[in-house]
Design a protein around this ligand. Structure first.
Ligand SMILES: NC(=O)c1ccc[n+]([C@@H]2O[C@H](COP(=O)([O-])OP(=O)(O)OC[C@H]3O[C@@H](n4cnc5c(N)ncnc54)[C@H](OP(=O)(O)O)[C@@H]3O)[C@@H](O)[C@H]2O)c1
Length: 316
């Protein structure tokens, strides 16, 4: 079978199509015939070597998968051969979604609703899952709240905007202005171009006395700069590495909560997101699909910026 392998750490050119043996499911595992695999910024970070301590080369790529169960291992009674499924793999330990087949633990896998395409299903697990954890599970967003989403035009952000709207919140979103129409069409009430010299003043002006939840999908000094925009008891939720120290001083006065999120897979959460999508309440935005062999091109697109939606690899 074909698998995309990062033979060493480096640019997109290190990704090679290789012929490797088809894996066999062990106890509690299933073999999935992969139909589609979404490409995430995380994949490019892994390829570049940001996680080289955990993933020595050569290594397989890809954490977002949809496909059809081709074989089940001993002890699996929740899935059967022929079931259409989607999931995210165990991160930093079981990558390999960019391939014709992949093996994963059955407990992490959700059944794909019939009304959901394989491409849309592959776009959900990491991006929609992260947005859901950040806003609903950690941010405790509720109707009438005001939420600020930094990085709303990206893979996670486009789902976050929709989840904010679904929760009944007022959504303020940042992104470059070419993406504002899309972001508004998905549910943002207000959009701000983060490149404007007065972008932070604009965000303060529409904070309505303070944001209940602020989502940081961007990093840098976003947490530090956002603290003064929080309502009393407000939550900042960040999913991005924080390599540089930030001052949290402004957070004391408002009893701020700061949450750092690293997504862990959960089949029940995925099934819920699949159901919302199949019912038309969430809409995956897929900018482009590419054949599996063009994984390198997909990584170049991911790293170029200016995207509006997910890039998804398809196996046939
Ligand atoms: N911790 C976790 O569990 C977890 C899970 C998923 C993702 N992540 C990480 O979270 C980050 C976002 O993921 P993603 O999939 O949404 O990435 P993405 O698709 O690349 O989106 C990032 C978005 O942020 C925008 N952006 C860049 N700088 C900005 C700024 N200063 N203000 C506002 N927006 C800005 C980009 O717009 P432009 O096109 O203008 O550059 C892009 O639309 C990545 O670093 C990813 O690795 C972490």
């Amino acid at each position: 079978m074909r698998a995309i392998i990062a033979e060493k750490n480096g640019g997109a050119e290190v990704l090679k199509v290789r012929d490797v043996p088809k894996p066999t499911p062990g106890i509690g595992e299933v073999l999935v015939r992969v139909k589609a695999a979404a490409v995430n910024p995380f994949d490019a970070q892994v390829r570049r070597g940001d996680y080289a301590a955990f993933m020595p080369t050569p290594h397989k790529m890809g954490v977002d998968v949809s496909g059809t169960v081709a074989a089940v291992g001993e002890g699996v009674d929740t899935l059967a051969v022929g079931d259409d499924v989607f999931y995210s793999t165990r991160v930093l330990s079981n990558e390999g979604g960019y391939a014709d087949y992949h093996v994963e633990q059955a407990r992490l896998i959700a059944k794909k609703p019939a009304d959901l395409s394989f491409v849309d299903a592959a776009a959900l697990p990491i991006a929609a899952g992260t947005a859901w954890v950040c806003l609903i599970e950690r941010g405790r967003l509720k109707a009438g709240d005001r939420v600020l989403i930094h990085g709303a035009s990206g893979g996670v952000g486009l789902f976050a905007v929709q989840i904010g709207r679904l929760a009944g919140a007022q959504v303020v979103a940042t992104g470059r202005n070419d993406a504002h129409e899309l972001v508004r069409s998905l549910g943002a009430d207000t959009t701000v171009d983060y490149r404007d010299v007065d972008a932070w003043d604009q965000l303060a002006a529409c904070s309505g006395g303070g944001y209940d939840v602020i989502l940081d999908l961007v990093g840098g000094d976003t947490i530090q700069k956002s603290l003064s925009l929080l309502a009393s008891g407000g939550r900042i939720v960040s999913i991005v590495d924080q390599p540089d120290p930030q001052s949290l001083y402004e957070g004391w006065g408002v009893n701020a909560e700061i949450h750092l999120v690293f997504l862990t897979p959960d089949a029940d959460r995925l099934a819920r997101l699949g159901s919302l999508t199949a019912r038309g309440l969430l809409k995956p935005v897929v900018e482009r699909t590419l054949p599996l062999e063009q994984a390198g091109d997909a990584h170049r697109l991911i790293e170029a910026g200016g995207r509006q939606g997910k890039i998804v690899l398809v196996t046939s």
